[in-house]
Design a binder for this molecule. Structure first.
Ligand SMILES: NC(=O)C1=CN([C@@H]2O[C@H](COP(=O)(O)OP(=O)(O)OC[C@H]3O[C@@H](n4cnc5c(N)ncnc54)[C@H](O)[C@@H]3O)[C@@H](O)[C@H]2O)C=CC1
Ligand SMILES: Nc1nc(=O)c2c([nH]1)NC[C@@H]1CN(c3ccc(C(=O)N[C@@H](CCC(=O)O)C(=O)O)cc3)CN21
Length: 301
């Protein structure tokens, strides 16, 4: 019972005003109920690793350029057929037309039984179609009409290359309110980061603002240091020498793998009730198998 919708159900049954209590069972460890992000190209790797991933795990599939509609729908269906909960991305600035949007949403629901979607602005500096940001997709009303229950949105604890800090909070508040007003449950998924202290500070600020929705903290899966640096640059994620040192990466030794053990140790040590309902979302930059094996070993410690 670590899933967002189930958590809501459990909430209602116990008739308690606390939001998503299933995310904070005292016997849980931080790693339980994790989710993953897997590209359409990595579905084969997901299939091979499936038996070592918890049944029902939410699996997000990013909306990457140069993928066909069919490949995107097939990826969501494969995730469902493997016994996981598909959460396809809807990348506003990458979607070429309203038709492309509703066709993907419709087929994702019909073919893959999708009930949760992740909406994000996306990287193109000029939108390829009518959607400039997440809100313009949410406001079409298409998600609730299609029966979507949970809408994931991006959180930016380390700031954003285009938006100011205050704009990030405004965007988050506006999206959460709109999603709830439309009868769906918001889920905040953060951009991956390397500094646990920044995450903890941001979580506190989020709760002080009255945003009590569940949060999945974005965690880079274990990968070679060069690979991590490449994705950080690609995604606009800061990775200063001092932050990387705290993470366990020494700039004097740039070869070899780096995992999130120090990052997660720090999070696990300092997370408290004041940070609200929190789970993890892994970005397997070093490959799905490597990340899942790493998670299994970390959980068994
Ligand atoms: N966490 C993830 O998995 C992903 C994160 N991203 C990153 O997150 C950002 C999306 O932010 P959201 O919180 O979804 O924003 P949003 O959709 O809530 O938009 C908030 C405001 O920021 C502006 N904005 C966002 N991205 C922009 C861009 N690339 N160029 C110019 N203006 C932009 C929007 O026009 C809007 O005014 C992307 O731009 C990208 O950098 C993108 C894809 C996946
Ligand atoms: N700014 C931003 N844009 C994103 O698209 C994004 C984020 N942030 N944050 C986290 C996730 C990670 N995302 C991605 C995006 C691309 C691949 C990927 O595998 N791309 C290429 C390979 C690129 C490379 O190895 O350099 C591919 O072949 O599909 C993986 C994860 C999407 N997400």
């Amino acid at each position: 019972m670590t899933d967002e919708t189930e958590a809501k159900g459990a909430d209602a049954q116990r008739d308690r005003p606390i939001v998503h209590p299933a995310w904070l069972h005292p016997h849980d460890t931080l790693i339980e109920g994790y989710s993953l992000e897997v590209t359409a190209k990595d579905i084969e790797a997901l299939t091979n690793a499936a038996s070592t991933i918890w049944a029902g795990a939410p699996i997000a599939v990013p909306y990457l350029p140069n993928e066909s509609h069919e490949a995107r729908v097939a990826a969501a269906k494969a995730v469902r057929d493997l016994g996981f909960e598909p959460m396809p991305h809807f990348s506003a600035r990458r979607i070429g037309s309203h038709d492309e949007f509703v066709r993907f949403l419709g087929d994702a629901v019909k073919v893959a039984g999708v009930e949760r979607c992740f909406v994000v602005a996306g990287d193109p500096s000029t939108p390829e179609g009518p959607f400039t940001d997440s809100m313009t997709m949410i406001e079409t009303g298409a998600f609730e009409s299609a029966g979507i229950k949970v809408i994931g949105i991006g959180g930016h604890p380390e700031g954003h290359p285009v938006m100011s800090e205050e704009e990030c909070w405004q965007a988050l508040e506006t999206k959460c309110a709109a999603i709830e007003a439309r009868g769906m449950a918001p889920l905040i998924v953060t951009q991956f980061a390397f500094d646990a202290e920044v995450i903890l500070r941001w979580l506190k600020a989020l709760r002080v603002r009255g945003l009590d929705h569940p949060v999945r903290i974005g965690v880079p899966g274990p990968a070679g240091i060069k690979t991590l640096a490449r994705f950080a640059a690609m995604c606009g994620v800061g990775a200063s020498a001092s932050v990387l040192a705290k993470y366990g990466i020494s700039l004097g030794r740039l070869i070899g793998p780096a995992g999130p053990e120090k990052f997660l140790d720090a999070l696990g040590r300092d997370l408290g009730p004041e940070h609200g309902a929190v789970r993890l979302h892994f970005y397997p930059f070093g490959g799905v198998a490597k990340t899942v094996d790493w998670i299994t070993a970390y959980a068994a410690r």
